[in-house]
Design a protein around this ligand. Structure first.
Ligand code: FAD
Length: 450
């Protein structure tokens, strides 16, 4: 059996690595990180596509330019990570119908106002604490029906550009968002973080306190410690465990707990909604879409909500790359994940020909991430219902005995974001350090009495 560690951290995404770094900085040398996949980074992941690195997971540093400084932005700035400012505000003026006409700005603005109005009304109903009442009281003249209304409703609700409710990230850190456009990838930030406490050489982590391809399947816990069992039959012992698997992994049966988690915990875990968010990358032999100021984002209005609605060209990020990105969410993401990439490419080409005419060239390559079907993720991020009370998130975060929970889904103010994961990892490791100090004090007392 492996020697006993003070703390085992499960998962080497941003939250797990941030937690490990704080522990290491506080003198916990005998930590162990068990990561299920063959890499660090989790939902931060670059991949080569054409000649450039594209971000399959997190792409933006959201929340910049406000009164407080976003810690992830600070780290990125220190490392000189290349980023580009994203201005979504013009997207609503680049809405195409199925015949390729752009909606006049007046119609777009009216539809936008209506969508915001309907969302606010729904929220007020929900705040009065009665979902049924909210549905009944919805003014149906405000319910999105036409393709443009559906498109705007999708943008408002599924892509988090909500102007309906204050979002803590924007309130605290500012409303600007920067796309990471660096060949080293967003994940470079994590490698640099790991480098500060793990042994690395020539860009590779060689420290045996990080174990890749270790899929944790069981946590057996007692008052004295935690026994961790992995899929390949290994057993690890620790005083404490920090578990950073996503909320969807916790909702799945990947990890079992002995004894089982208490009911308050499992009920809270079940209550959290999740979002699947899929960026599909398409490469073309040449550009046929408009570029220049205010044209980076464009919208396709179709009678099916969320059907290839939100588009972005990569010319600002990577000039000359001839790449377009279309974002799908939830049911559309799951549908596309289950079909072949050729089918998805065909669908996307029909949409693009609707918008830009029949003589545009076919895409020469496509990249479709599959977050939903990845058993180590099963979602893109947590999405607490707008009116959920803090009790749910507190219960999700609360430790069970010696098992501590971390990850973006445990961040009260910034769930869903990279900085949420980062700050959650720091918080959780501080809570574990506090427990360790308590243990020490108790041991000292016992020794004195002895
Ligand atoms: P993860 O990164 O999921 O880390 C958990 C780790 O645990 C993973 O490496 C996983 O492999 C491992 N693991 C799981 N189960 C086990 C097991 N049984 N045993 C061992 N290891 C296990 N955020 C932003 O701020 N800006 C964005 O623009 C943005 N866009 C996004 C777009 C997409 C498509 C996605 C998927 C996410 C996006 N996010 C964005 C969210 C952001 O990526 C996450 O909030 C953040 O990376 C989560 O970090 P984490 O450490 O909590 O979880």
């Amino acid at each position: 059996p492996s020697p006993r560690s003070s703390v085992i951290i499960i998962g080497a995404g941003v939250s797990g690595l941030s937690a490990a770094k704080v522990l290491a900085e506080n003198g916990i040398g005998d930590l162990l990180i068990l990561e299920a996949s063959d890499r660090i980074g989790g939902r931060i992941r670059k991949e080569k596509f054409g000649d450039v690195s594209v971000e399959l997971g997190a792409g933006w540093i959201a929340g910049v330019g406000g009164k407080e400084s976003n810690p992830v932005w600070e780290i990125a700035a220190k490392l000189g990570l290349r980023t580009c400012f994203s201005d979504y505000s013009n997207a609503r003026y680049n809405i195409y119908d199925r015949s390729g006409k752009i909606f006049p700005s007046g119609i777009a603005a009216d539809s936008y106002k209506k969508a915001v109005g309907s969302a606010i009304q729904k929220l007020k109903g929900l705040e009065s604490n009665c979902v049924e009442d909210a549905t009944n009281r919805t003014d149906f003249t405000l319910t999105p029906k036409t393709p443009i209304e559906l498109a705007i409703d999708f943008i408002l609700h599924d892509l988090e550009m909500a102007e309906v409710e204050p979002i803590s990230t924007y309130v605290d850190f500012g409303e600007r968002e920067f796309l990471v456009a660096d060949e080293r990838g967003y994940e470079y930030l994590l490698y640099k973080m790991a480098e500060e406490f793990l042994f690395t050489s020539e860009g590779k982590i060689l420290d045996n306190r990080l174990k890749l391809n270790k899929v944790v399947r069981e946590l057996q816990h007692s008052r004295n410690g935690v026994t961790v069992r992995t899929e390949d039959g290994c057993v690890y012992e620790a005083d404490y465990v920090i578990l950073s698997a996503s909320i969807s992994v916790l909702q799945s049966d990947l990890i079992s707990f002995r004894p089982p988690l208490p009911r308050w915990k499992t009920e809270a875990i079940e209550k959290c909604d999740v979002m699947v968010y899929t960026k599909i990358f398409l490469k073309f032999p040449y550009k046929f879409w408009p570029c220049g100021p205010g044209k980076e984002f464009f919208i396709y209005a179709h009678e099916r909500r969320g059907y290839y609605t939100f588009w972005q060209h990569m010319e600002n990020a990577y000039p000359g790359s001839n790449i377009l990105v279309v974002t799908l969410t939830n049911d559309e993401s799951k549908r596309v994940e289950s079909q072949s990439d050729e089918e998805t490419l065909k669908e996307a080409m029909v949409v693009l020909r609707d918008m830009f005419g029949s003589d545009i060239p076919d895409a020469t390559d496509i990249l479709v991430p599959r977050w939903w079907n990845n058993r180590f993720q099963r979602c893109s991020y947590s999405n607490y219902p707008m009116i959920s009370n803090n009790q749910v998130i507190n219960d999700i975060k609360a430790p069970v005995g010696r098992i501590f929970f971390t990850g973006e889904h445990t961040s009260e103010r910034f769930n869903g974001y990279v900085h949420g994961g980062h700050l959650a990892g720091i918080d959780t490791s501080k809570a574990v350090l506090e427990e360790m100090r308590k243990d020490e004090r108790q041991n000292d007392k016992q020794n004195q009495n002895f």
